[in-house]
Design a protein around this ligand. Structure first.
Ligand SMILES: [Zn+2]
Length: 490
């Protein structure tokens, strides 16, 4: 009897000791206690503790399993929601270089921890990428394509439109310029609309050899399934898909071929405009469903990523930039840009062009169809074009994804896991998982209940650096004042 009692006390003592030992202390780290984690694969995991050390998620576990000693540097999660940092997969720093000075901070303060620049002069976008690489804790990650590689009549040639592209007149020039970009170290390539099929094929071959993603618009000289079979593995704006989704698409392809000879020596911008006017609306009004779904099947077969950029259609077409909630976002911009955008928005009318509306709606329904068959989608905006406030507009893009038929979790994946997979970084980025890079956002409300809750940000964590609401507010104040941001160096 006595023996049993001793044994009992001994056991209690062991239990107490053991449970004390079980509480872990993490040196040079901080812990977010009692937080609901939303992982793009696992979904919602309630009541978690997350330990961040250096730039990584060092430990993650349920509160009862990963018990934290009070000696730790603890941030109370307060049942908030922790999601991976977001990507905007379609941005242009080069478009407005004055605004671009503040774009990295605008992104970061809205929880955009990575961006993909889809076209701009190499040295310029490379300088922004370098800055980001040198200051990973205070700048969003930047992936660049350099300039668009376009054909003989290049669209973005610096007159009327900014010089976002390089003109390549022949196949050998396309090869030469593409090789140059590869040697300079771009992260992916972007092919544009005025290339010939031969030029496109040559660029695609280099991309494949270098294991680089090839983004772009479907060249007007080709059809989408052809471009995808040659290696177009991310399509921006679903551009020109509809031109093959009609009966006898061959005949309108031939018509484009004739127009592309450009007998009247138009500029690339005018020529592309004429072709779009001649065919796009016709295609939307004459869609052949069998052709349409067979195109979607090809996209799925080749796992070609789609960046529908729903906002660059919907915001200007539906005149959403005139609505009070959108104009409120202009207050985040540097004063000069804010005034200009506000003036333009006020001067614009409310009229919605029915053809354009039909097109925008079609882009959204196509995005929904793509999601149904699990074509990989990435959220991108085209900011700062079309009054798309950098950062803010990505959250709207996520809402439009849901409006198009994606679930909230699918929508989150388009800005987290999918872009990480696109850049083959899915083993280190895009999930809330042990050993992953700590690019995270702490949200006040559950985005799986309402995707709009991604805007309700309590803190942004970039490369392990915890930026709380006060710092984010200070950053935003400094941006609006148009002064150099000092809040980040605190
Ligand atoms: Zn773009």
């Amino acid at each position: 009897m006595i023996f049993t009692r001793i044994k009992f006390y001994y056991l209690v003592l062991v239990c107490i000791l053991f449970s004390c030992e079980e509480k872990s202390y993490f040196e040079d780290a901080y812990c977010i206690e009692n937080v609901n984690v939303i992982d793009p694969i696992e979904g919602l995991m309630e009541g978690m503790n997350v330990v961040i050390k250096g730039n990584k998620i060092f430990q993650i576990g349920k509160q009862e399993d990963l018990r934290l000693s009070q000696k730790n540097n603890i941030i109370e999660g307060g049942k908030r929601y922790l999601i991976p940092g977001l990507w905007d997969s379609h941005v242009h720093f080069y478009f407005d270089r004055e605004l671009a000075l503040h774009m990295p901070e605008l992104f970061l303060s809205s929880g955009i921890t990575s961006v993909r620049d889809t076209g701009g002069a190499f040295l310029y976008v490379d300088s922004i990428r370098k800055n980001a690489l040198n200051h990973p804790k205070t700048h969003p990650r930047v992936k660049i394509a350099g300039p668009l590689i376009d054909g003989n009549f290049n669209v973005y040639n610096g007159s009327f439109l900014p010089e976002l592209s390089i003109r390549t007149r022949t196949v050998s020039e396309s090869i030469e310029e593409t090789e140059r970009l590869v040697a300079q170290g771009v992260d992916f390539l972007k092919a544009y609309e005025m290339l010939s099929p031969e030029q496109f094929e040559a660029i695609a071959a280099i991309a494949a050899r270098e294991n680089l993603r090839l983004a772009g618009h479907v060249p007007l000289s080709m059809e989408i399934t052809h471009a995808i079979s040659l290696g177009l593995n991310s399509l921006e704006h679903i551009k020109n898909l509809e031109l093959e989704a009609v009966e006898n698409s061959d005949s309108i392809l031939q018509q484009r071929g004739k127009m592309l000879l450009n007998k009247s020596s138009l500029s690339g911008r005018e020529l592309r405009g004429n072709i779009h006017r001649a065919q796009k609306q016709f295609a939307i009004d004459n869609l052949a469903l069998e052709a349409y779904y067979s195109i979607l099947d090809s996209i799925k077969k080749y796992e070609a990523y789609q960046v529908p950029t729903l906002s660059i259609y919907k915001v200007p077409i539906y005149k959403i930039f005139r609505e009070p909630f959108w104009r409120e976002s202009f207050k985040l911009l540097p004063k000069k840009t804010m005034k200009q955008w506000e003036k333009n928005a006020a001067a614009s009318d409310d009229e919605i062009n029915p053809d354009q509306k039909k097109f925008s709606d079609w882009i959204q329904s196509t995005t929904g169809e793509m999601a149904k068959i699990e074509i990989p989608l990435m959220a991108g905006t085209d900011t700062p074009l079309g009054y798309l406030t950098p950062g803010f507009s990505l959250h709207y893009e996520l809402e439009l994804m849901v409006e198009s038929g994606l679930t909230e979790l699918q929508s989150l994946r388009t800005a987290t896991l999918q872009p990480a997979m696109y850049f083959r970084m899915e083993d280190s980025l895009g999930l809330v998982k042990k050993d992953y890079i700590a690019d995270l956002i702490l949200l006040n409300k559950n985005p799986l209940e309402d995707i709009g809750n991604t805007k309700d940000i309590q803190a942004v964590i970039k490369d392990g650096n915890f930026l709380d609401r006060n710092i984010l507010d200070e950053i935003q104040k400094e941006i609006s004042a148009g002064v150099a941001v000092s809040a980040l160096s605190k």
